[in-house]
Design a protein around this ligand. Structure first.
Ligand code: G3H
Ligand code: ZN
Length: 284
């Protein structure tokens, strides 16, 4: 069923695993991620950035597509449709009214009091509709669609505690050294801060920039309260590689089904691997 993230993430925290957020980019991503979740018997979060929503035809198109595919594939595992890095109250409201079951309000680049104010407004509307809310503090490095950062700024534990208490968010993404897109060298995550934030915040934590984080760090993050891990780039790389290889081997090919089909298979395999790594398989 289509659900919010709230129960999913509480269960993940309690049982010591993390639910993957896999970002949608097109039809094949949507198909692959839903099929992987059902076959792995895993809960799943479909991440939709504002850029991806523009590309795919808007929030309503995505909700209709996901609902239809879930019916067509007989999907019974819990699925959340989540706005990734929502840039404003208006954008979150639009997603909620289109039928999204979860939103992220990313006001992390605004001054703290402004972040609190915007996030509180989103929480009020979202909870009225049974929709869950994720907020962010600090700066995740790298670039994802419209979200561009020069450096990395660690979230402040005191601010994290205050943000949760004053806004009523359901989960928190504290930036602690992770990066959108590929890492240059090994990631250096602030686990000391993560432990501190986990003790103070009292809500499940979210790890952005899940691509390229080694398994031992994933496990450590889960042990410090991380219940949601976002992955996009790794699926994009797998998909692009499959398209390149297929077209290189068949230079006369022009039927998109013949090169996007293999891309879809590659995404599905990648997602299944992540679900096993995060421990969410057979937790639906
Ligand atoms: O919000 C989406 C994620 O944080 C994706 O990060 O593309 O590095 O896997 P990634
Ligand atoms: Zn992110």
């Amino acid at each position: 069923p289509l659900v919010s993230m709230t129960e999913m993430l509480k269960k993940a925290n309690a049982e010591g695993y993390a639910v993957g957020q896999f970002n949608l980019n097109n039809l094949e991503f949507t198909q692959a991620i839903l099929q992987a979740a059902q076959e792995e018997n895993s809960p799943v979060i479909l991440g939709v950035s504002e850029g991806a929503a523009r590309y795919m035809g808007g929030f309503k198109t995505i909700v209709a597509l996901v609902k239809a595919l879930m019916e067509e594939y007989g999907v019974t595992v819990p699925v959340a449709i989540h706005l990734d890095h929502g840039s404003s109250y208006e954008s979150c409201a639009k997603a909620i009214h289109a039928g999204f079951t979860s939103v992220m309000i990313d006001a992390s680049h605004h001054p703290f009091e402004e972040n609190i104010e915007t996030t509180s407004k989103v929480v009020e509307l979202a909870h009225f509709h049974g929709v869950s809310v994720e907020a962010e503090l600090g700066v995740v490095g790298g670039q994802e669609d419209d979200v561009i950062a020069d450096g990395v700024i660690y979230a402040d534990p005191q601010e994290c505690e205050e943000l949760v208490k004053r806004t009523g968010i359901d989960c928190l993404a504290p930036a602690l050294g992770s990066v959108h897109g590929p890492y240059k060298g090994e990631p250096n995550l602030g686990f000391k801060e993560m432990e501190d934030i986990n003790n103070r915040a009292g809500v499940p934590l979210v790890l952005h920039g899940g691509t390229g984080i080694p398994t031992h760090d994933i496990q450590k993050a889960i042990s410090f309260g991380t219940a949601k891990i976002n992955v996009n780039t790794e699926n994009q790389i797998a998909s692009a590689k499959a398209v390149r290889e297929t077209l290189a081997a068949k230079t006369e090919e022009y039927d998109p089904r013949k090169y996007l089909g293999p891309a879809r298979d590659a995404i599905k395999d990648t997602v299944k691997g992540k679900m096993r790594e995060f421990g969410s398989s057979n937790k639906a």
